[in-house]
Design a protein around this ligand. Structure first.
Ligand code: ADP
Length: 179
């Protein structure tokens, strides 16, 4: 490959073989929006690691290990996708997985500002890794885990937004809380 002296070091390495991407998030619970991003991203990378944040500032309905188990179940059919829990800094986990890409989904302009800031900070902390955004498919734009939880808590039907298995466990969890 011709040297590119005016570009960052990583642009001189040529194609990164065996590209590993990590898709970090809270996944409380995994929705059809998340699953759609995984489905569309899995052919783009050699390996995709869905990284479930154990230490989230968000108050979660499911424990980290439950979120990992549920995401693993829903995504089992994707051969190059692994679901792992991480605690601490995402960039440390990305490094431990030898990931060169951080994948994030973008739903609307409102996601953009936060995601852009996060991508900038992650690049500062881990210059060898780049963020790739995939825009959501239109039918999933309005889905978020927090809305799904809220609708389920209020007795609404979430079957259009999550896999039937997630609906089942979320309904069970919320009804046991009411008792
Ligand atoms: P976080 O707490 O890191 O935002 P989430 O589980 O809420 O974790 O989201 C993880 C990633 O999935 C984020 O990049 C988010 O924008 C993306 N995402 C969430 N819901 C959807 C959706 N409906 N369509 C596409 N991407 C989504």
């Amino acid at each position: 490959m011709r040297p590119r002296p005016h570009f960052p070091e990583r642009c001189n390495r040529g194609k990164v073989l065996g590209t590993i991407a990590i898709y970090p998030g809270t996944f409380d619970p995994i929705t059809l929006g998340h699953a759609d991003i995984v489905c569309r991203a899995s052919p783009l990378f050699d390996k995709l690691v869905v990284a479930v944040a154990g230490s989230s500032s968000k108050k979660t309905v499911f424990s980290p290990d439950e979120r990992v188990a549920l995401a693993s179940e829903i995504l089992a059919e994707f051969d190059n996708v692994e679901v792992r829990r991480f605690d601490g800094l995402m960039v440390d986990f990305a490094r431990s997985q030898s990931a060169s890409v951080v994948l994030r989904g973008l739903r609307a302009v409102t996601d953009f500002e936060y995601e852009f800031q996060l991508a900038g900070m992650n690049r500062k902390l881990m210059p060898e890794c780049d963020t790739v955004f995939l825009p959501t498919s239109e039918r999933y734009t309005y889905i978020s885990s927090s809305l799904v939880r809220e609708i389920a808590t209020l007795g609404g039907d979430i079957s259009e937004f999550v896999h039937p298995r997630i609906k089942q466990v979320l309904d069970e969890r919320l009804s046991s809380r009411k008792k």
